[in-house]
Write a protein that binds this ligand. Structure first.
Ligand SMILES: [Fe+2]
Ligand SMILES: [Fe+2]
Length: 259
C-alpha cells in the first residue's frame, strides 16, 4: 500500500496547489491513501468546514492538525462530526472536543499527536499513544502517525519509541522539509518533517513583511499567507507491506507549482 503524507497546507495558495497537483500525483505514484496537515488551511490560521471539504474533494482521505486547530472557533464543534475525517492531536486533555485517531476512515489507521518541547503543555504523547495501541487501536490496519512538534529530538524519540509498532511516524509543524527519510530497525518509516505546501518566497508560508516586522519590532504583527506565485508542495510517500503493516520504503515527493 502506498501512502502520501502532505505537510502543512498554508492558506488559499497552498490549497490551490493541492487542488492542481494531488489527483495527478495519486495516479502517477499509485497512491492508495492520503493524509494532509490542515492546521493552516484557512488563511494560515486553523481550518473551516469549507477548506477541509475542499481538501477532501482534492483527494485527501484524513486531515490531521496541530496547535492551530482551535484558531477558527466556529470549527471546533465540527471536530466531533463523524463524517468529517479531521483529527486534532490525541494528547490534549480528556474532554477536549474532537478525536485524535481514526481506524475507520479507509485502509490505513491514523494517529495525530502533538509535541511538548517548545509547543505547549499537553499529556505525554509517548504514554498516550502507548495506551491507545494497548487498547487494540488499528483494527489490524497499518498505522501512520503525524507528530506535530517543534523539536527534532522529540520527533526522533517518538519514532524510536514506536519502532515496529506502527508503519510510519512523520513530523509536521516546522513547515521545513527534512531530508532524513529512513526505516528504523524494526520497520517503522520516519522523517523529521514533511514540510509545507506554501509559497517559496515567504517565511513558513507567510508574507515576509509581516513576519519580519514581528522580529524587528518584538510586537505582534498582522501576518497573512502568500496567496500567489511559486508554491512548494512537500510530501512523503510511504510504501507499506500489508502483511506486516510496516514500511518498505520512505521517500520524499516534492514539487513546485505556480498558482
Ligand atoms: Fe503549521
Ligand atoms: Fe503547528
Amino acid at each position: 500500500m502506498r501512502i502520501l503524507m502532505i505537510g502543512d497546507v498554508v492558506g488559499s495558495g497552498g490549497r490551490r496547489a493541492v487542488g492542481s497537483l494531488l489527483k495527478n500525483l495519486k495516479t502517477e505514484l499509485g497512491i492508495d491513501f492520503v493524509t494532509l496537515q490542515g492546521e493552516n488551511l484557512a488563511a494560515g490560521m486553523g481550518l473551516t468546514v469549507d477548506t477541509a471539504t475542499e481538501m477532501i474533494e482534492a483527494g485527501a482521505d484524513v486531515i490531521t492538525t496541530g496547535n492551530h486547530v482551535w484558531d477558527k472557533r466556529e470549527f471546533i464543534d465540527h471536530l466531533d462530526d463523524p463524517f468529517l475525517p479531521v483529527l486534532r492531536p490525541l494528547n490534549y486533555p480528556t474532554g477536549t472536543p474532537g478525536r485524535g485517531a481514526t481506524d475507520d476512515s479507509g485502509p490505513i489507521a491514523v494517529i495525530n499527536l502533538i509535541g511538548r518541547v517548545w509547543v505547549g503543555e499537553f499529556d505525554s504523547p509517548f504514554s498516550v499513544v502507548d495506551d491507545l495501541l494497548a487498547g487494540g487501536f488499528g483494527n489490524g490496519k497499518p498505522i501512520v502517525v503525524d507528530f506535530h512538534a517543534e523539536a527534532t529530538s522529540e520527533k526522533a524519540a517518538l519514532a524510536w519509541h514506536l519502532d515496529g509498532r506502527v508503519a510510519a511516524v512523520v513530523g509536521t509543524h516546522t513547515h521545513v522539509p527534512t531530508s532524513d527519510c529512513k526505516i528504523l530497525p524494526d520497520g517503522t518509516g520516519f522523517v523529521t518533517d514533511l514540510g509545507m505546501v506554501g509559497a517559496v518566497d515567504s517565511i513558513l508560508g507567510v508574507e515576509v513583511d509581516g513576519s519580519l516586522a514581528r522580529f524587528l519590532s518584538g510586537r505582534r504583527q498582522r501576518m497573512q499567507p502568500v496567496r500567489n506565485g511559486l508554491i512548494n508542495f512537500n510530501s512523503v510517500l510511504i510504501e507499506i507491506d500489508s502483511s506486516t503493516g510496516l514500511a518498505m520504503s520512505v521517500e520524499r515527493v516534492d514539487r513546485q507549482i505556480e498558482v
